[in-house]
Ligand binder design. Structure first.
Ligand code: ARG
Ligand code: ZN
Length: 409
């Protein structure tokens, strides 16, 4: 009846938000058998693996499966501790001020006091273009699977021959701290331009704060834990491709899934998705840009990692990339920040194939290619409360400045 009423009134009933009531997050000791056991439990829909952190593997235990999972872990001698009693409670508490703080604001709605919707983020980019026309230009580099624009902000002093860095955020929908951090970095950089480091000012920056707009919106409005984009797959039941498994370098190898229902589904072929293609096309269409850096911003785990994500091989310039990452981590600690673990991605976190960073390094020959996993290490995981946006973004800004210094020198 409600549906009929909506039809008559001319509105589609808005789909309901998914609840995570009764789901828990456990941190499980990372032993040799851990991932095998967890993957089989994941296959049986008892849990969803969230991430690997320096002190264990986090998994969200589905409501109703808590007893079975506990038994299975006991059976396999795997210790765990409950890090989140109720996922829905954490969801309800992460973004308390959403929609407030806007009284009397001029120019743009975006703040770094809470997580904003996609419109506020996109409007902010256009505000920058209007307010700093000599520094900022906004371009739409493509459209998402559902047809939303993918917006890129270029920040440049306009000098010819500048080296360039690409910064990509929001490739994974549920990692809300990523777009929040990327926009914070942009704002600090542009609004304080004259006080910024000369390395930062001497580079051209190409920044996409939300590479997965459909996913971000879906996570914002419907399913907080959504990771992939929203494209139709070969499966009737499952939507979405993991955009960080869809790039055309080492696609489909270890650390990506062929199952459209899996969170790490790599798509039907490399660059099957419009979101990844939009970036690849931008590179193809701009052969004169002197790319020297690529930074992919994610959460969580507090890592600064570099290629490779997929092969276990170590880079020829491993020492150089390691040095810069270490320097970034040291600079963050010196500023009173958190501890970030540094190393080659596949060996330091877990193997992941078809990721943007490996494409940047392997296909585009960009020397300084990094993935930054922001806060935290599992207490709140993807549900980092909004009050931590600023301190987290400050740490990322320090890392970006450190990378900029290496790129510029
Ligand atoms: N959280 C990122 C992802 O799953 C990690 C990418 C970094 N590379 C890696 N091999 N872990 O896409
Ligand atoms: Zn991610």
């Amino acid at each position: 009846i409600a549906y009929l009423v909506c039809l008559v009134v001319g509105q589609v009933p808005s789909p309901k938000r998914i609840t995570y009531e009764g789901n828990q997050v456990w941190k499980i000791a990372n032993k040799t058998t851990t991932l095998k056991v967890l993957k089989s439990l994941e296959q049986d829909k008892r849990l969803t693996i969230w991430g690997l952190t320096p002190d264990g593997v986090d998994a969200m235990i589905h409501a109703g499966a808590v007893d079975q999972v506990r038994e299975k872990l006991l059976e396999n001698n795997l210790e765990y501790k409950v890090s989140m009693e109720d996922v829905q409670k954490a969801i309800d508490e992460e973004n308390p001020k959403a929609g407030q703080d806007l009284e009397g604001r001029k120019g743009f709605r975006l703040t770094w006091n809470y997580y904003h919707n996609l419109d506020d983020i996109y409007d902010f980019l256009h505000y920058l273009e209007h307010t700093y026309p000599k520094l900022c230009t906004v371009r739409t580099i493509g459209g998402s699977a559902e047809g939303r624009p993918i917006k890129l902000l270029k920040i440049s002093n306009g000098r010819k021959g500048n080296r360039a860095v690409f910064v990509e955020g929001g490739i994974h929908a549920r990692e809300w701290i990523s777009p929040a951090t990327v926009t914070y970095i942009i704002y600090q950089f542009v609004s304080g331009y004259n006080k910024e480091t000369s390395s930062m000012r001497g580079l051209d920056w190409y920044v996409v704060p939300v590479l997965n707009p459909d996913g971000y919106l879906y996570s914002y409005n419907i399913d907080r834990m959504w990771r992939k984009n929203r494209s139709v797959t070969k499966s009737k039941e499952c939507l979405g491709v993991d955009l960080n498994r869809n790039w055309g370098y080492d696609w489909g190898k270890n650390g990506s899934s062929e199952d459209p229902c899996h969170n790490s589904y790599g798509g039907r072929k490399p660059f099957s998705e419009p979101e990844t293609t939009s970036v690849a096309r931008f590179f193809l269409d701009n052969p004169d840009i002197d790319w020297r850096g690529y930074v992919s911003i994610h959460s969580y785990g507090q890592y600064i990692v570099y290629p490779w994500g997929s092969p276990n091989a170590v880079l020829d310039d491993n020492a150089e990339l390691n040095k810069v990452a270490k320097e970034a981590a040291v600079n963050i600690v010196s500023a009173g920040g958190e501890t970030y673990t540094v190393g080659p991605a596949g060996l330091t976190i877990y193997p992941a194939a078809g990721i943007s960073m490996d494409w940047a390094k392997g296909s585009q020959a960009i020397k300084y290619a990094y993935t930054i996993e922001l806060r935290d290490t599992g207490r709140y995981a993807f549900l980092l409360p909004a009050k931590y946006i600023k301190p987290t973004a400050e740490e990322a800004l320090i890392a970006v400045r450190t990378i900029a210094k290496a790129v510029a020198s």
